[in-house]
Design a binder for this molecule. Structure first.
Ligand code: GAP
Length: 446
């Protein structure tokens, strides 16, 4: 059973993962700021995606396109006409709902009568140019995908790659959602991790199957429990205006099964539309077969913030240890905001220089955190709550034998190891080497 969302929100505030935006002014609805721990976890999610999608593959390249684009992009893509949600408004309390959220035609908040549905475009508009009267209306992008499609020709001609070819992008998107909510699950400003994978028509269905499996497995490899993930194929009537077929990877969030990522077959919709509206030939010449065609596109599209939330929820645990409850995040080590905490047993002036030296050695290789305040037990608890896989403790014996204690977050095992080569030992543990609790020094302590 997933944890209560209130517990996650409270942990996020307490430990510096996520704060309400503009909090000192009373907050801005559905906007959130990532604090010192949150920014690290979020960056690690993006790095893990980029590594799997771009770095470890030979058939995908990256791109970083601008948020503001020519307004005709959104006419061609169909977003001006079709990126809409049906909206209803309560005649009594004036609260607005997506029509799909309301089952019995009464306001879920006050029971008041609702208006007839009208289509509401989710794109944010703004004006570009210094003089308002002359400025042209532009949109904040609601997906990063269009920046990829309009650069297809540029990337193909400069990357010297053949199809199948993927172009990947991570960046901010904006949607004027009617009902944002559930913390960072649905917000008006969020980050996308999108891959547009260009293939030959006829191979698209195979590639869709391939990417559905790849993306599902990515979450499992990064520690999400299999029983909390499932796949759901879209029904014909819920497909986006560009999609031929689509699967959602769903996660069992506290509010129930909800979309984590969509993997769509966009057909040749986008390239054909941009070719038509721009007058540019966006077909691809296949030198091997001598054919020219408009590629089909398979699109795995994930939300950074939603993945962040799923990883946090899945890692959250409360354990009974020695009659006390410990809150711990069992985050995958490559996602944890801090990899190693360096903790001198106390602030004693004899310990500080050695502890600082150990910290200096480790911070070259890992995200580290130096903490010498309060009791060692409380410091361990703090690290558990932010998911730090390893704590390195420097005590008075370290001054004699040049050894330190490594404490492992999940097993609570402690081993004593030499300071020389400490980084290599930790690296091996992060790489999956078992935490050997057999030596004389190994103990299991809360
Ligand atoms: N380019 C395709 C596309 O944008 P989508 O299903 O609308 O598809 C993909 O969005 C993913 O982006 C979602 O599965 C979700 O993780 C994330 N996402 C979409 N809207 C969001 C919002 N308002 N707040 C946070 N994440 C959102």
């Amino acid at each position: 059973m997933p944890v209560d969302m209130d517990k996650i929100v409270s942990l996020c505030k307490r430990r510096g993962f996520v704060f309400q935006s503009s909090e000192i002014y009373g907050g801005l609805g559905s906007c959130w700021d990532y604090g010192p721990m949150g920014v690290e976890l979020k960056r690690n999610v993006k790095d893990a995606w980029w590594k799997a999608i771009v770095q470890e593959r030979n058939d995908v390249v990256g791109i970083d396109t601008s948020i503001m684009m020519h307004p005709r992009v959104w006419e061609a893509s169909g977003h001006v006409d079709s990126f809409t949600d049906p909206l209803v408004e309560c005649k009594a309390c004036h609260f607005r709902w997506r029509a799909t959220e309301v089952s019995d035609q009464r306001c879920p908040k006050c029971g008041g009568e609702l208006t007839e549905p009208r289509m509401f475009n989710l794109m944010f508009k703004t004006l570009m140019g210094p003089v308002e009267e002359e400025a042209s209306t532009i949109y904040l992008r609601p997906e990063t995908a269009q920046g990829i499609f309009v650069n297809f020709e540029n990337v193909v001609s400069t990357s010297r790659k053949k199809l199948p070819l993927g172009i990947a992008q991570i960046g901010k998107s904006f949607r004027n959602e009617i009902t944002p909510g559930n913390f960072v699950f649905r917000t008006r400003e969020f980050e996308h991790m999108e891959l547009e994978y260009f293939v030959k028509q006829g191979t698209d269905e195979q590639w869709l199957d391939y990417w559905v499996k790849e993306r599902f497995d990515w979450y499992i490899e990064l520690g999400i429990k299999k029983e909390n993930l499932r796949l759901r194929q879209h029904g014909r009537n819920e497909l986006a205006h560009y999609a031929k077929d689509c699967y959602d990877v769903e996660y069992l969030f506290p509010m129930g099964w909800s979309e984590l990522e969509g993997i769509a077959n966009r057909g040749d919709y986008d390239l054909s539309q941009h070719a038509k509206h721009s007058g540019r030939d966006l077909s691809y010449y296949d030198a091997e077969s001598g054919e020219r065609y408009v590629p089909y596109v398979i699109e795995p599209s994930a939300g950074v913030d939603r993945s962040f939330l799923a990883f946090l929820i899945d890692a959250y645990d409360e354990e009974e240890i020695g009659g006390e409850t410990r809150t711990v995040l069992h985050l995958h080590p490559s996602l944890a905001p801090v990899t190693v905490a360096v903790l001198p047993l106390s602030r004693n002036e004899r310990l500080t220089p050695l502890a600082k030296e150990v910290h200096k050695q480790l911070c070259q290789s890992f995200m580290t955190y130096y903490d010498d305040s309060q009791s060692i037990g409380r410091r361990y608890r703090r690290q558990d709550e932010t998911g730090t896989p390893f704590c390195v403790t420097i005590d008075f014996q370290s001054l004699e034998d040049n050894q330190v204690t490594i404490r492992e977050r999940d097993s609570l095992a402690q081993i004593r190891v030499p300071i020389e080569g400490l980084a290599e030992i930790l690296q091996a543990k992060l790489g999956g080497e078992a935490f050997d609790t057999s030596p004389l020094w190994a103990t299991r302590q809360p």
